[in-house]
Design a protein around this ligand. Structure first.
Ligand SMILES: C[S@@+](CC[C@H](N)C(=O)[O-])C[C@H]1O[C@@H](n2cnc3c(N)ncnc32)[C@H](O)[C@@H]1O
Length: 246
C-alpha cells in the first residue's frame, strides 16, 4: 500500500532528539515501569520516538506484545535500529508509521503509553484519543502520560536542556517557547555541535505544542468516563488514566 507522507517535524533534529532524550528517560523509566505494573499486553507506545520508552515497557511487562506508533521517518529509523538490534524486541515489537489516530491499533490494548507526546495533539485530536481509550482499553487497562511544562501558554526563556559528549564532539540542546494562542506555544529549538569546544554546527528548528494542565486533563477524560490520577514523582508530571477499575 502506498503511504502518504506528512511533514516530519523531527526530520532535521532527529539525530539530536533521541540522544538528548536518554538522560530524561533515566528518570522517567522507573515510574513508568511502576505505573505499568500488572498490565497485560498488547501495549501501545504512542509517538515512540527512537524507542527509549519502548525498551522500558518491554522490560517492565515481560513477554507483552508492543505496538510502537511513530510517524516521523527520521525518528522511526532510530526506533527500528534499536528494536532490530535485540532478538527479543524483534519478536515482540511491531512498528507502525502512522499517526495514532490513523494507525491500525490492537482492538483491546492493556496499556497505552503517551510519554513526551501529548503536546503534539490539538484539542480535537486529544478528544479522539480519549474516546479511543474509553472504547478500547482492556478491563483493568490504563494509559500513562506526562504533561510537560509550561501548563499555560507562557513564554519560557532560552534554556539549555541537554549537553551530551560523544567522542571529540559535544552536543547542546537549547529551547525557548513563546505563546501562540490561548492554549498553544511554539518551541524554538537550537542544537549546537562543538568539536573540541569550538562551535562546528548549529541547527535551528521549531514546533507547535498544545499546553494542557492537570485540571483540564481530568475534565477532558472525565467526559469519556475515564479517571485521571497522578503517578511517580510530582516533578515528572506523570498521570495514569483508567476507568477507575485498575
Ligand atoms: C518528543 S518525541 C518523544 C518520543 C518518545 N516518546 C520519547 O519520549 O522518547 C514526540 C514524538 O511524538 C511523535 N508524534 C507526534 N504526533 C504524533 C501522533 N499524532 N501520533 C503518534 N506520534 C506522534 C513524534 O513523531 C515524536 O516521535
Amino acid at each position: 500500500m502506498e503511504r502518504t507522507s506528512m511533514a516530519d517535524e523531527y526530520e532535521r533534529s532527529a539525530e539530536f532528539v533521541d540522544l538528548m532524550l536518554a538522560a530524561p528517560w533515566r528518570g522517567l523509566g522507573p515510574p513508568l515501569a511502576e505505573a505499568l505494573r500488572g498490565v497485560t499486553g498488547p501495549i501501545v507506545d504512542v509517538g515512540a520516538g527512537g524507542g527509549h520508552g519502548t525498551r522500558v515497557i518491554a522490560e517492565a511487562v515481560a513477554g507483552a506484545e508492543i505496538v510502537a506508533v511513530e510517524p516521523s521517518t527520521a525518528l522511526r529509523s532510530v526506533l527500528l535500529a534499536r528494536v532490530g538490534e535485540s532478538a527479543e524486541l524483534r519478536e515482540r515489537v511491531t512498528v507502525l508509521p502512522e499517526h495514532l489516530l490513523s494507525a491500525a491499533l490492537p482492538p483491546r490494548p492493556g496499556a497505552v503509553v503517551l510519554m513526551n507526546v501529548i503536546g503534539h495533539f490539538d484539542p480535537a485530536d486529544r478528544q479522539a484519543a480519549w474516546a479511543m481509550l474509553a472504547d478500547r482499553l482492556a478491563p483493568g487497562g490504563r494509559a500513562v502520560l506526562n504533561l510537560q511544562p509550561p501548563a499555560e501558554p507562557a513564554a519560557v526563556p532560552e534554556t539549555r536542556f541537554a549537553d551530551v559528549r560523544i567522542g571529540r564532539r559535544r552536543y547542546e540542546g537549547w529551547g525557548r517557547a513563546e505563546p501562540a494562542g490561548p492554549d498553544r506555544i511554539v518551541w524554538h529549538m537550537t542544537y549546537r555541535t562543538y568539536q573540541d569546544d569550538r562551535l562546528a554546527d548549529e541547527l535551528k528548528t521549531h514546533y507547535d505544542w498544545w499546553v494542557l494542565d492537570e485540571r483540564r486533563l481530568k475534565e477532558e477524560v472525565g467526559r469519556h468516563g475515564l479517571v485521571q490520577h497522578r503517578t511517580g514523582p510530582d516533578e515528572l508530571g506523570m498521570h495514569v488514566i483508567d476507568r477507575g477499575d485498575a
